[in-house]
Design a protein around this ligand. Structure first.
Ligand code: BGC
Length: 748
């Protein structure tokens, strides 16, 4: 185990200056550790949730009192959910001034897609396929988060998933490991910047390691059982990309993976992460996930859970009280090797040094900066830009969109159209209810000639982060009024979907259609006026076959953050030409999930004999309603001249000409997929291996070239060995996973 402990020293082989600094930091960490008692070391591995008004008097009794005593006696290394400069400063002071060694705390929180100013939910941002914009959005989030005294965000979530029932699909980058890896790295760069000690950067955290997105039946926290082939090729790549981008921390996961709770999994945390990948940051547990090892039935009590987690490489215990209660004794009795504790503490202290907290524990505590950065026009512009890029145009029959102009009479229908909270999503720790620009407000800025009728309510009351949303299934009041408004209008704008608290953690659904009475409302309105633009607001792919068939124009507007209504209005009226493409397949029916484009072939892929004995459903197609990578524009693009150059023995170049064949400037996401039809292990029918977002003015053409190297052509065998095999490869270049020009080449 000693090899983990010395990672920092061993990496010092390149630039002398960095090496000197690292060695200097290494010496400081070792000197500090030499003065620490075992209890103090274990204390660094303990993380508590914020628990009292730090600026108020010290708590007198109960849990809060216990935590206070632990803070003052060096038994806490980090806290989460203590935010705001005053609170952070006060709590840091309690620790720095009262504990024996005064080791500063790291302050953590879930700064997921913004802090006060919210960008779109991460799934929506992924739809932009715009790595620069995504990086900039993470930069903005870090700037705001750090201005409130925070040092560490529990983001990015880099889980891959294939099941739209799972509520947390909103928090990641979709179903594809290639796109997911690029976005993981962009987010890490955005959060952490070049210098962790700068007061506008945050330590990032790649979560949830690993497999959490494969919860059976899409039910949150459920069992995960995937083989190592899927683990290595699908689940791990974005984590590896995050590690390579220098992410400072990992969070493990709530789930079991093949019978082992991820938090107790040494194969994941020690062999792969800290071993094969040489990750030199630290791993935090998920909330209470050490305690939950026992609930999974993989430990008899909290002490055994602590032992398993520590041995497996979980360096910090978030809110299980497992380490603080038991780790000292486990070391003293020889059940846990002290070298493992030293390894964990080294990693945690290293992060504190890198954050600059030993130079100044209050570096992030500046009231003026907090004031200035939290209400920031520039950040609203970034959020607006990101929101526009995240919108996906799903259907636009007869060029109904963009709308003609503001004298066209528009009936706006749906509770979500007037909602200033749902667009903020469910992860919005620092932002206030009711601070998003609603669709109605966005349209008002365009002076649209509109009437608004809510229709039957989608939800009742005031939904909260911790309780179930009460969906209205029975009260039809408002239906008639909505239908009447639709009758009077030239165009009907229906804003339907999910309340912001219907996706996210603990919010799985079995029915992924329009919840409540919205489908009925949509059909009732359609019966009197089919000239409908459907604006969808949701945190997951929805299955909407009727709408896809009958509604002429559909826009996927997710939950777009603070500037939601403005972004939607700009798209509706053509001031922004939509450029988003789906990062996750939209099914026709919930019965198809898990549904993903990069599936394998079966032994019976097609219907050859006109009988039932091939892979299919008797009541639904196999294909998605809208495939991965799909998204329209107000202009059109044509692909031609696919060329494959395989003269270089180390790489293959694939190029294509893309032309804007419409009459306005637009952006296209050019996507390259490969397929190895005869490998040792069956390979997916197609895999994204390159993409480029390009802007073309009307009539303009551009050649886009992709380079495929062994890295893109190879794959992991089930034992984790990476291989590139010779033989034929098929390529497809086009606008989404199911369409494109095709060719093939031989790889030797
Ligand atoms: C979530 C994590 C989150 C943590 C702290 C957990 O319930 O799974 O993603 O970072 O809480 O808020």
């Amino acid at each position: 185990m000693i090899r983990f402990y010395f990672t920092m020293v061993l990496v010092c082989i390149s630039p002398l200056l960095i090496c000197a600094q690292t060695t200097d930091m290494d010496a400081k960490i070792r000197e500090l550790m030499s003065r620490m008692t075992l209890a103090e070391k274990v204390g660094q591995m303990n993380q508590y949730n914020g628990f009292y008004e730090a600026t108020g008097p010290a708590p007198a009794a109960g849990d809060a009192r216990l935590k206070y005593e632990h803070l003052t006696s060096g038994k806490v290394g980090s806290v989460l959910n203590v935010r705001g400069v005053d609170e952070v400063r006060e709590m840091q002071k309690v620790v720095v001034e009262n504990s024996r060694l005064g080791i500063p705390l790291i302050f953590a929180s879930d700064v997921i897609h913004g802090y006060k100013t919210l960008a779109p939910i991460p799934l929506a941002e992924a739809a932009s396929w715009d790595l620069e914009a995504i990086q900039q959005s993470a930069r903005m989030a870090a700037t705001e988060g750090a201005a409130t005294g925070l040092n560490w965000t529990f983001a990015p979530m880099v889980d891959i998933y294939r099941d739209a029932r799972w509520g947390r699909v909103m928090e990641g980058a979709g179903e594809d490991p290639f796109l997911g890896s690029k976005i993981a790295a962009a987010r890490v760069r955005g959060f952490q910047g070049d210098d962790l000690s700068a007061t506008n950067t945050l330590l990032a955290c790649a979560k949830h390691f690993a497999g959490y997105g494969f919860a059976e039946a899409g039910r949150d926290y459920n069992t995960v059982d995937v083989g190592t082939y899927t683990l290595h090729n699908v689940i791990l790549p974005p984590f590896k990309a995050a590690a390579e981008a220098g992410v400072g921390t990992f969070m493990n996961a709530f789930n079991i993976l093949n019978g082992v709770p991820a938090t107790a999994d040494a194969f994941l945390q020690r062999d792969i992460l800290k071993g094969d990948w040489n990750f030199d940051g630290f791993v935090v547990s998920d909330w209470g996930s050490i305690k939950e090892i026992a609930f999974h039935g993989a430990a008899g009590d909290l002490k055994e859970a602590a032992r398993r987690a520590a041995i497996a490489g979980s360096d910090m215990d978030m809110e299980s009280y497992a380490y603080v209660k038991h780790l000292e004794e486990l070391v003293e009795t020889g059940a846990v090797d002290e070298a493992l504790i030293d390894d964990a503490v080294y990693r945690i202290l290293k992060a504190k040094f890198e954050l600059g907290l030993f130079d100044d524990p209050y570096a992030y505590c500046d009231n003026e900066r907090e004031e200035e950065l939290l209400y920031n026009e520039k950040h609203q512009e970034i959020a607006l830009d990101m929101a526009k890029r995240s919108i996906v145009l799903l259907k636009n029959e007869d060029d109904l969109l963009p709308l003609a102009g503001n004298d066209q009479k528009v009936a706006v229908i749906g509770q979500l159209a007037n909602d200033k909270t749902s667009p903020l999503g469910s992860w919005r720790i620092g932002s206030d209810d009711g601070t998003a620009v609603s669709v109605i407000e966005g349209l008002a800025a365009y002076e649209v000639n509109m009437s608004y009728a809510q229709g039957p309510a989608l939800w009742r009351g005031n939904p909260s982060f911790v309780t179930e949303v009460e969906v209205n299934e029975s009260d039809r009041s408002g239906m008639e009024e909505a239908v009447a408004a639709a009758k009077e209008a030239e165009v009907v704008l229906m804003v339907l979907g999910e309340h912001g608290f219907m996706s996210g953690e603990g919010r799985s659904r079995t029915d992924i259609g329009l919840p409540g009475l919205q489908q009925e409302l949509l059909e009732a309105v359609h019966a009197v006026n089919p000239n409908i633009v459907l604006v969808l607001m949701n945190g997951r792919p929805l299955a909407l076959p009727w709408a896809a068939e009958n509604i002429p124009a559909i826009i996927e507007a997710w939950q777009l953050g603070s500037q939601s209504g403005n972004a939607i209005a700009q798209v509706l009226y053509g001031d922004y030409n939509p450029s988003g493409h789906l990062p996750m397949s939209f099914p026709r029916s919930v019965g198809q999930v898990p549904l993903y484009y990069n599936h394998f072939s079966t032994g019976r892929p097609t219907n050859q004999e006109n009988n039932v004995f091939w892979t299919h459903y008797i009541d639904e197609k196999n294909t998605p309603l809208f495939p991965f990578g799909y998204g329209l524009s107000y202009t059109s693009f044509a692909y031609s001249a696919l060329q494959i150059d395989d003269t270089d023995p180390n790489a293959v170049e694939v190029s294509v000409v893309v032309m804007n064949t419409g009459n306005r400037t637009g952006e296209e996401v050019v996507q390259l997929y490969i397929h190895d039809p005869a490998a040792t292990y069956a390979r997916p029918v197609r895999e994204l291996k390159g993409f480029e977002k390009i802007e073309l003015s009307a009539g303009e053409a551009q050649t886009v070239t992709f380079r495929l190297t062994p890295k893109e052509l190879g794959y992991y065998q089930p034992d984790g060995t990476f291989v590139t095999e010779p033989g034929t490869f098929n390529v497809q270049v086009g606008p989404h996973a199911l369409e494109g020009l095709q060719g093939s080449f031989e790889w030797e």
